[in-house]
Design a protein around this ligand. Structure first.
Ligand code: FSX
Ligand code: SF4
Ligand code: F3S
Length: 357
């Protein structure tokens, strides 16, 4: 493994990083000092690898290290190497069909910005993407032909990804493609697939199109298809790494990852945002931003009083962060609005008022 910008072997295990780590306070087994040690000794096995994903990448460990080791960076680079290894083992390339319904295309846009693997590596080396309305060159009848040829040719072998909600009111007339309703296209394509993955809160639970008064009767995929094998990757938009890590898991272990009762992979949606948040120390100490731009806000205090829903939202945003920019809503000063939860638009609003606990 290549750790280019610093030498983590300089670490003399003083434990300064572990002493300030907000995640370690909640998860005793997550111990940056121990991780540096195991990496140094080349003793990281699969039972330990999963702990690296708990890191909130907040960087509190960086200034306290007397040897300038940057444990946060070591962990980030190690994570990247785990993803690379996982994707290099996928062979032959699995076939994918990706459908868009009532959405903003933010889910695809987020995936386009992934850098580990990049969209180029994903499309050229890892998967065979036969149909994706935003990315494919073909249009109109040619595109439609490709879709139906693919589902015949790869029947029960292809993976189907759905982005966007499905309107079911008035026979589904509010979303039609090539004269067919979203509902009918979804049934045909999803029911012939090996596995269906709903990407984004719209496809998982109806999302924004289903917000009150839901004029089109928008619902999530699970309310339309009969298929039992369905994975939900919510978020508005979802973190592309949760989608990619789910693929890596499926192709490496030849099974779907453990899911919660909403069909979400537990590795990504098993903890509260709050429990991984770098501001949770401030919550415990009662230090809150009271208004956007006030002193507490500028100092990075907890955003609970500005409406943060991290205490009632299950997602790994603080740990995994978004794409190359490595930020997430709270890290740039905005409260979590609970976008991974069903009906968040209705249940989590008003967004800028504290949630009742
Ligand atoms: Fe929905 Fe996807 Fe929200 Fe958008 O397309 S999950 S509206 S950010 O991104 O479907
Ligand atoms: Fe972080 Fe929000 Fe929890 Fe505050 S309430 S610690 S900002 S998740
Ligand atoms: Fe969404 Fe909250 Fe994460 S708004 S992106 S679940 S921090």
């Amino acid at each position: 493994m290549n750790f280019p910008s610093f030498d983590f072997e300089l670490c003399f295990k003083c434990g300064a990083c572990s002493g300030v780590c907000p995640v370690k306070k909640r998860f005793e087994e997550f111990d940056p000092r121990k991780m540096m040690h195991l990496l140094h000794l080349n003793l990281v096995d699969t039972s330990v690898e999963k702990l690296f994903w708990y890191c909130a990448q907040c960087g509190k460990c960086v200034p306290v290290c007397p040897m300038e080791v940057k444990p946060k960076e070591v962990i980030r680079i190690f994570r990247n190497s785990l993803m690379k290894r996982a994707f290099s083992k996928i062979n032959p390339k699995p076939t994918f069909v990706w459908l868009h319904f009532m959405d903003c295309t933010g889910c695809s846009e987020a995936l386009l910005r992934s850098d580990n693997p990049s969209i180029k590596d994903l499309l050229l080396d890892v998967i065979n993407l036969e149909y994706h309305e935003t990315l494919m060159a073909a249009g109109g009848k040619e595109a439609e032909k490709t879709l139906f040829q693919t589902i015949e040719k790869y029947k029960e072998k292809y993976f189907c990804v759905i982005e966007g909600a499905i309107p079911v009111k008035d026979g589904g007339v509010y979303c039609k493609i090539g004269g067919k309703t979203a509902k009918d296209i979804l049934k045909k394509v999803a029911n012939n697939a090996k596995l269906v993955i709903s990407i984004g809160t719209c496809a998982c639970f109806g999302g924004i199109p289903a917000a009150f008064p839901n004029p089109t009767g928008a619902v999530g995929v699970k309310d339309v298809i009969e298929k039992k094998k369905l994975i939900n990757i919510p978020g508005c938009p979802p973190n592309p790494y949760n989608f990619l890590a789910t693929l890596a898991y499926i192709f490496l272990f030849k099974k779907i990852p453990p899911l919660d009762d909403l069909g979400r992979p537990k590795f990504a949606y098993g903890e509260l945002v709050h429990d991984l948040c770098e501001r949770s120390d401030y919550y415990d100490e009662g230090k809150f931003a009271e208004a956007f731009g006030d002193e507490g806000h500028r100092k990075g205090y907890c955003l609970y009083k500005l409406g943060c829903k991290g205490l009632v939202t299950y997602a790994n945003c603080p740990g995994i962060r978004f794409c190359g920019v490595q930020t997430w809503p709270v890290s740039i000063g905005h409260p979590c609005i609970g976008c991974t939860e069903p009906h968040f638009w209705d249940k989590m609003s008003p967004f800028y008022e504290p949630v009742e606990l």
